[in-house]
Design a protein around this ligand. Structure first.
Ligand code: ADP
Ligand code: ZN
Ligand code: ZN
Length: 681
C-alpha cells in the first residue's frame, strides 16, 4: 500500500489540522477518529486523525512522519468529531483546541501503558446484563405524569422539568433512565444516558443514588476532581459503551458516548455550566445540540430555569413538565421572611453583622435539635482590613481588589491573583497598630457564632475549608449524619443537597447583587436565593407545626426581587424579566459576543479593541464602545472588553468568522480572546 497523508488536529491555536506522512506498518490501518503520536516542533505530541488522503499541499520532503497510531482503542466516532467541529465553529476556536483538551491526559501522553491497562480492565469487567432498578419509590401523581411524558418522547425534544426545590426531580430522572435502559434492552440495543450536574460536590450524592438504583449497570463519573488514572478508566468506560450511565459536571458533555440515547441536565440554569476559560462553552447549550444531532430527548431540570430556556418554553420550542409541590408528604416550601436592617424602631441589634432575629431563630433550632444553614457568599474572615486613623485599606498591589483577611492563617490574601502576605503588625502608612477588619466573611461568622453558642457544633464549608481531596464530601456527610447544628457556607452548600433535618436558612449579605451593572445579576440572585431557600424543610414537617423558615437580612426589604422570592413566584418574576429584556434588546432576544483584551497598560488593551472595531463593516452588527472591565486590573494586567450584538444568531456567527480572520492577522502583543454568548459582562 502507498504511503498516506494523515490530517491531524493538534492542541494548538495555530491551525485546524496538520499533514503527516503514514508509512505502512504491518497490521495497522489508520482510521479517522484515532489518536496518533506525531513529532511537533521539538517535541512529540498526540493528535487526532480527522482526515486521510493521498495528496498534501505540503511538498513530500517537508512532511514529517507520524510515529504511531493508537489502534488498540476504538476510534472516536464521526458523531463525536461532528460535536467537536460544531463547538469549534460556534465558539471560534481551532478544532484541535476543542477536541484534545477534553480527552484524559493519559491518552495524550507518549506512553501507552495506562491506556493498555484501562482497556484490559474494561475487557475483564462484567457485562451490563441487568438494567432493572431496585427499590424505586412510588412516584406521586405529578412525578408520574412527568415520567410518562418523558418515556413517550421520541426524537429530538427538549423538555423543561420545572419543579420546585424538593419536588423530586431526581426521581423523575431515574425513572426516565430506567425506562430508556429497559426499552433499549428489550430492543436488543445498546443505550447510554448522560446526566449532568452543576457542581462537583453534587456528584457523590447522585452517584450513590444511581448505583443503588441500578446495581447491575456500569456507571462512569466524569469531573475535574478525578485522579488521571481514574479519569482515563471512566472516560474509556463511556467511550467503549461499557458504562450505560455517565454522570458528571460540565466537561462530561464532551465525552465520547457512542450509544447516547438520553441527556439530562440538572439545575440547567446554573452558571457553572459555562466554562470560563479556554474554550468558553455552555454545557447546557451543547447538550441541546447533541440531542438534536442524535435526535434524542433532552431533559432540563430546574426550579428557576434560565431565561433562555424559559423563553423557549414560551415560544413552544421546549415542552414544560411541572412539579408544583414537594415530593415528601407534608414537606412544604419554607416561609421566607425579610429582616430589615435599616428599620428605625425597633432597630435590629447586630452582633458582627448577625441580627438578633436571626440569632433567635438559630437558638430555637438548636433547642429543637434541628439544623441551621447560614449562607454568605464570601470566604475568609473579613473582606478588607482598614486603618481608622489614616484610612489605609488592604488593597492588592497587583489587582483592583482588596486583600481578604484570613485570620487563622494570619494572612492577607487576594482572591483574584493569589498574592498573599502576613497581616501587618501596624498600618503600613501611619504605624497605627489597631487595624480593623471590615465586613464579614464565613470565618468571622463562624467565630461569632461559636462565641454566642459555645455548645453548638458549627461547621464551615467553603473553598478554604475543603481544599483537601475528599474533605468536602466528609463535611457534607457529617451534616447528613446530624453531627452539625449550624452550617455556614458559600454557594458550595446552596445547591442540590438534600439535607433532611435542616429547618432554617439565613441569608447574610445578598444586597450587592441588586445593584450590579450586569443585567443578569438579578436573575442569578433570584435563582441563588430560591436554591438556598430550597435546602430548608425538605423532610416532613414535625407534628408541632413548626414550619421551615428562610430569613434574609437586607437593607432593601421593599425590593421587588425579594417580594418574588417570598411568594416563591418564579413565573411572574421570569415574565417580568423577560419583558424587560425584550424592551432593552438583551438576550435571549439578542445574541452577543465579547472580545476581551489584556495588557500591561489599560491603554494598550483599549487601543487593540479600537483597532478591532475599525475592521468591522457590517450593518447587522451593533458594536459597543470598548470599556475597561469592572475589575480592571488582575495580577498586574489591565483588562478591557468590547461587546458586539446582533438580532440574528446566524448573522452574528457569519460576522464572527470573518472578524476572527481579521483579528488573527492583526499584529499585536495584546492577549485577547473571544467569548460567544458571554455570561459575565
Ligand atoms: P429536587 O431535585 O426536585 O430538589 P429531590 O429529587 O432531591 O428534589 O427530592 C427531594 C426529596 O424527596 C428527596 O429526599 C427524595 O428522596 C424525596 N422523594 C422524591 N420522590 C419521592 C416520592 N415519590 N415519594 C417519597 N419521597 C420522594
Ligand atoms: Zn494608618
Ligand atoms: Zn491580587
Amino acid at each position: 500500500m502507498d504511503a498516506r497523508i494523515l490530517q491531524i488536529a493538534l492542541d494548538t491555536p495555530l491551525d485546524n489540522s496538520f499533514d503527516y506522512l503514514w508509512q505502512p506498518v504491518d497490521g495497522v490501518v489508520p482510521q479517522v477518529g484515532q489518536l496518533a503520536l506525531v513529532p511537533f516542533g521539538r517535541r512529540e505530541t498526540v493528535g487526532l486523525i480527522i482526515g486521510m488522503s493521498q495528496e498534501s499541499d505540503v511538498p513530500r520532503e517537508k512532511l514529517k512522519a507520524a510515529l504511531a497510531v493508537r489502534s488498540q482503542m476504538p476510534p472516536l466516532s464521526a458523531q463525536w468529531l461532528d460535536l467537536c467541529a460544531f463547538a469549534a465553529d460556534y465558539y471560534q476556536r481551532p478544532l484541535g483546541e476543542v477536541a484534545l483538551p477534553g480527552l484524559p491526559k493519559n491518552l495524550r501522553g507518549i506512553k501507552t501503558t495506562s491506556l493498555d491497562k484501562a482497556l484490559k480492565k474494561l475487557a475483564a469487567a462484567a457485562e451490563n446484563a441487568d438494567v432493572t432498578p431496585r427499590d424505586a419509590p412510588v412516584l406521586n401523581r405529578a412525578q408520574q405524569t412527568a415520567a410518562d411524558a418523558i418515556a413517550d418522547l421520541a426524537g429530538f425534544q427538549p423538555v423543561l422539568l420545572y419543579g420546585v426545590t424538593g419536588s423530586g426531580k431526581t426521581e423523575v430522572y431515574l425513572h426516565a433512565v430506567a425506562h430508556m435502559l429497559a426499552k433499549a434492552a428489550a430492543d436488543g440495543q445498546a443505550a447510554q444516558v448522560l446526566i449532568l450536574v452543576p457542581e462537583i460536590n453534587l456528584t457523590p450524592q447522585l452517584d450513590a443514588n444511581v448505583r443503588a438504583r441500578f446495581p447491575g449497570v456500569t456507571v462512569a463519573t466524569l469531573h475535574s476532581g478525578l485522579a488521571e488514572g481514574e479519569r482515563l478508566q471512566h472516560w474509556m468506560a463511556a467511550h467503549t459503551g461499557h458504562a450505560r450511565i455517565v454522570l458528571g459536571t460540565r466537561l462530561a458533555i464532551l465525552a465520547s458516548l457512542p450509544h447516547l440515547k438520553l441527556i439530562i441536565v440538572d439545575e440547567e440554569h446554573d452558571p457553572s455550566y459555562k466554562q470560563q476559560e479556554g474554550l468558553r462553552y455552555s454545557a447546557r447549550d451543547l447538550a441541546i445540540w447533541r440531542a438534536h444531532q442524535l435526535a434524542i430527548p433532552v431533559v432540563l431540570g430546574s426550579a428557576t430555569p434560565s431565561l433562555e430556556t424559559w423563553q423557549h418554553v414560551q415560544s413552544g420550542r421546549y415542552r414544560k413538565l411541572e412539579l408544583r409541590e414537594r415530593a415528601v408528604a407534608d414537606a412544604v416550601l419554607p416561609k421566607v421572611g425579610l429582616i430589615d436592617l435599616e428599620r428605625k424602631a425597633p432597630r435590629e441589634q447586630l452582633t458582627e453583622g448577625l441580627s438578633a432575629t436571626l440569632l433567635a431563630a438559630v437558638r430555637k433550632r438548636i433547642e429543637r435539635g434541628e439544623q441551621s444553614l447560614l449562607f454568605l457568599n464570601r470566604r475568609g474572615y473579613a473582606p478588607v482590613l482598614n486603618c481608622d486613623s489614616c484610612g489605609w485599606i488592604s488593597n492588592c498591589t497587583r489587582c483592583s481588589a482588596f486583600m481578604v483577611l484570613h485570620k487563622r492563617d494570619r494572612r492577607l490574601r487576594c482572591h483574584h491573583c493569589g498574592f498573599e502576605q502576613r497581616i501587618p503588625l501596624g498600618c503600613p502608612d501611619c504605624g497605627n497598630v489597631d487595624l480593623q477588619p471590615l465586613g464579614q466573611g464565613t470565618q468571622r461568622v463562624e467565630e461569632t457564632l461559636q462565641a454566642i453558642f459555645p455548645e453548638a457544633r458549627i461547621l464551615r464549608i467553603d473553598a478554604d475549608s475543603t481544599r483537601r481531596k475528599g474533605s468536602a464530601q466528609q463535611a457534607f456527610d457529617a451534616v447528613h449524619r446530624g453531627e452539625v447544628d449550624i452550617l455556614i457556607g458559600t454557594q458550595m452548600v446552596a445547591k442540590g443537597h438534600d439535607f433532611q433535618n435542616l429547618t432554617l436558612v439565613g441569608v447574610l449579605n445578598p444586597d450587592t447583587a441588586l445593584f450590579s451593572h450586569d443585567y443578569r445579576a438579578s436573575e442569578r440572585l433570584f435563582a441563588q436565593l430560591m436554591q438556598v431557600a430550597g435546602r430548608a424543610g425538605r423532610a416532613a414537617q414535625k407534628e408541632d407545626g413548626n414550619a421551615a423558615e428562610v430569613l434574609i437580612q437586607t437593607r432593601y426589604p421593599h425590593h421587588p426581587l425579594y417580594a418574588a422570592v417570598r411568594a416563591h413566584d418564579y413565573d411572574r418574576f421570569a415574565g417580568e424579566l423577560l419583558d424587560e429584556r425584550r424592551q432593552a434588546c438583551f438576550p435571549p432576544f439578542m445574541y452577543q459576543a465579547l472580545l476581551r483584551a489584556e495588557a500591561r497598560e489599560l491603554q494598550q488593551a483599549l487601543d487593540f479593541l479600537r483597532a478591532a472595531v475599525a475592521c468591522v463593516d457590517n450593518a447587522d452588527i451593533t458594536v459597543n464602545d470598548p470599556v475597561p472591565m469592572t475589575m480592571t486590573r488582575v495580577a498586574n494586567v489591565d483588562r478591557a472588553q468590547l461587546l458586539v450584538e446582533c438580532g440574528s444568531r446566524p448573522a452574528l456567527q457569519a460576522f464572527l468568522k470573518e472578524w476572527m480572520t481579521h483579528l488573527r492577522a492583526m499584529k499585536t502583543r495584546v492577549r485577547w480572546s473571544l467569548e460567544v454568548d458571554p455570561v459575565d459582562i
